[in-house]
Write a protein that binds this ligand. Structure first.
Ligand SMILES: Nc1ncnc2c1ncn2[C@@H]1O[C@H](COP(=O)(O)OP(=O)(O)OP(=O)(O)O)[C@@H](O)[C@H]1O
Length: 659
């Protein structure tokens, strides 16, 4: 697939996406998390790219939301959905849903929604979702004790690229390998030619290194799991709380994570802990052991009477012989005791095993001296042994653990991705439940318009459970009249909302809805007062676009008359309605000038009305559902009618006749 064929994806983005394992799948699935793993692609950008790819696949030109006000309605829908997501991921992912005229796209989303609304939002699941994030790749960890070796310059470059964690060295022959083995704990030779070469040290010949990177650098997979531990555990908790079958054994996964430290090193191994401590404490323990020996020997000397023969005394005084010579003769047992105490201390303090204890014993002993000295060469030999044992143990544990985690890597990717997707599905399900939604029915015949029963907009400025259900249906071109504050604007908003949701493939907040699959939505909200000549001209230009273009459009316009003086407005609106009628568009124009427009129009314009059923304590009681083919009485008319009721002068009756 040529990614640059998708509008909005340039060469640079296509190159970044090509770094992913399967960019086409991620694009098709709207998998924002995977797309955002491409270098330099944020989640927001990933959502836009996914949207562009979906449009491309379904042949959608992106023109459905034809006006700013239509876009605003879509934005409102997105925020209702986002409000019901838990993770940032799902917040971005819902942006991959958009209204369209493409039947295949609408059907695709309806399939997804059908599954989603089956989900019952459960507090425990929502809680667990709070800890789930898309998996991240930590920066490469530098591994100093291992290197790669090759004789081939090309392989050298490849290895540098594929293994940023390791040094890569060029060698000429087996001798080169042997030299490297003296500086590194492990040397991994990449060339087949080294197979069978006998070199001292830990040298492994792995021509398959590029296919098995986790075996060569077990730190890599360990780092991924350490960096994403919380998210992985949260995703596991989500599966359990939701009763979903996880893609791997969760106890095994948790067991493996328990054996991993936050810094990506193996944890919970008593033997490794012992060796780490022994290396760290070796110097301090050797010094303490020396003090133990000297304290003991000093005490012994203090308590002893030493008899010295005259010849010995003379040789001490005359020849400068050392007092130590007396030690071996007079205090040999005490010296041995002191040395034994030092050795025991060292072995106990470092919890050394049999072989290590053997080396530790060499740290003290030899010819008696006072004070007792430690043998630094023996300490350093012991250190070398302990360090090698520690590194080998760590390496083996790393390899074992990374082998186990490598097997879990792909199931864990699925585990986290499924948990994040569940968040999206739950948001859709909560939306559908919160607003008592139903699945709308598309009517295939052109010009079928829309028919809403029991529609309730969650965007109104009253709590949702106080919204009066509205029934309204229109095919063709219609004027919507009605009392002030009767709900005309709210009705247009409801129609726009229902159509946007339906054409996203989503359920709608109504008892039932039938509608055309509209090609475009043109929504013009009420303008703020009379426009100056320039703004008026540009509005008229806009409407030239509205009346010219794709058929089967839905045009919703709120009180266009306010753009200029009433007389001119009525004529202009009548002209626009005529053009829309000729095109077979579905249109609702809210207006207080219904009679005037009707009189100016060359065809029989339908007029619906939102009627006040009366005045109670000065407040209008309104039937929010427009009455078909009915010019609603205006608020002034109602008030005059009320005054005429108890009128003795005849003045109000006279006014009433004017209506
Ligand atoms: N279906 C409804 N259920 C409950 N309240 C509603 C409903 N529709 C409208 N309202 C309330 O009536 C108020 C006025 O509605 P709206 O602005 O739609 O009336 P309007 O007929 O367009 O008014 P105007 O003629 O002044 O432009 C809304 O702010 C809302 O509080």
């Amino acid at each position: 697939m040529d990614l640059t064929a998708i509008s909005g994806i340039g060469e640079k983005t296509a190159t970044a996406l090509a770094e992913l394992d399967d960019p086409e799948r991620a694009l098709r699935a709207g998998d924002v998390a995977t797309l955002a793993e491409a270098p330099g692609i944020s989640e927001g950008r990933a959502a836009r790219i996914a949207r562009a790819a979906i449009r491309h696949e379904h042949g959608d030109d992106g023109g459905f939301l034809a006006t700013d006000n239509a876009v605003d309605v879509y934005r409102d829908v997105l925020s209702l959905l986002k409000h019901r997501t838990v993770t940032d991921y799902a917040g971005k992912r819902v942006e991959t849903f958009f209204p369209t005229s493409s039947r295949s796209r609408i059907d695709e989303v309806r399939g997804f929604v059908e599954r989603a609304v089956e989900r019952s939002p459960d507090e425990a699941v929502l809680d667990a979702l709070g800890g789930v994030r898309p998996l991240t790749s930590p920066p490469p960890v530098r591994v100093r004790e291992r290197c790669l070796a090759t004789m081939d310059a090309e392989r050298y470059a490849e290895a540098n690229e594929a293994f940023p964690e390791l040094s890569v060295e060029v060698v000429d022959d087996a001798r080169g390998l042997a030299e490297l083995a003296r500086s590194y704990s492990t040397v991994v030779a990449l060339d087949e030619t080294f197979a069978g070469v006998d070199v001292t040290g830990d040298v492994r010949v792995r021509p398959d290194a590029f296919e098995q990177p986790d075996e060569i650098v077990p730190e890599r997979v360990l780092a991924v799991f350490a960096a994403n531990r919380e998210s992985i555990l949260a995703a596991a908790a989500v599966h359990e709380a939701a009763g979903e079958t996880p893609p791997c054994d969760l106890d095994r996964l948790r067991g493996a994570l328990d054996r991993l430290d936050d810094d990506g090193t193996p944890a919970g191994d008593a033997e490794l802990d012992r060796l780490v401590r022994a290396v760290d404490d070796l110097d301090a323990a050797a010094s303490t052991a020396k003090s133990v020996a000297n304290d003991r020997l000093r005490d012994a000397i203090r308590e002893r009477d030493v008899t010295i023969e005259g010849t010995d005394f003379l040789s001490l005084v005359e020849q400068g012989a050392r007092i130590d010579s007396l030690l071996s003769r007079e205090l040999a047992d005490e010296y041995d005791d002191a040395v034994a105490a030092a050795r025991d201390h060292l072995v106990d303090a470092l919890a050394l095993d049999e072989n290590e204890a053997e080396l530790a014993r060499r740290v003290f002993g030899g010819d008696p001296t006072f004070p007792v000295e430690r043998r630094d060469d023996a300490v350093s030999r012991l250190r070398t042994e302990l360090t090698a044992a520690r590194d080998q143990r760590a390496e083996r544990l790393k390899r074992d653990l990374s082998g186990e985690l490598s097997d879990l890597r792909s199931p864990v990717e699925t585990l986290v991705r499924d948990a994040l997707e569940l968040d999206v599905e739950l948001a859709v399900s909560r939306f559908a439940r919160d607003f008592d939604c139903t699945v709308p029915a598309f009517v295939d015949s052109e010009g079928a318009g829309f028919h809403i029963e029991g529609g309730r907009s969650p965007l109104l400025d009253v709590p949702f459970d106080e919204v009066d259900p509205v029934d309204y249906g229109v095919d063709g071109v219609t004027l919507l009249s009605g009392v002030n504050s009767g709900g005309k604007t709210s009705t247009l908003d409801l129609v726009a909302l229902v159509v946007v949701l339906a054409q996203m493939g989503f359920p709608v907040p109504a008892e039932s809805v039938r509608l055309s699959r509209f090609s475009e939505l043109h929504y013009y909200a009420k303008s703020q007062g009379t426009l100056d000549a320039g703004a008026f001209e540009s509005t008229l230009r806009d409407f030239a676009g509205v009346v010219d273009g794709a058929s089967d459009r839905l045009v919703l316009v709120d009180e266009l008359e306010s753009i200029t003086e009433p007389g001119a407005s009525a004529k202009i609106i009548a002209g626009i309605l005529e053009a829309l009628d000729e095109q077979g568009a579905t249109a609702v124009f809210v207006s207080h000038l219904a009679s005037e427009i009707r009189a100016a129009a060359a065809f029989d314009v339908a007029v619906d009305g939102i009627e006040a059923v009366g005045l109670v304590d000065g407040d209008l009681v309104v039937n929010r559902s427009p009455v078909k083919d009915h010019l609603a009485r205006s608020t002034p008319e109602l008030i005059v009618e009320k005054l005429a009721g108890d009128d003795e002068t005849g003045f109000y009756a006279r006014l009433l006749e004017k209506f």
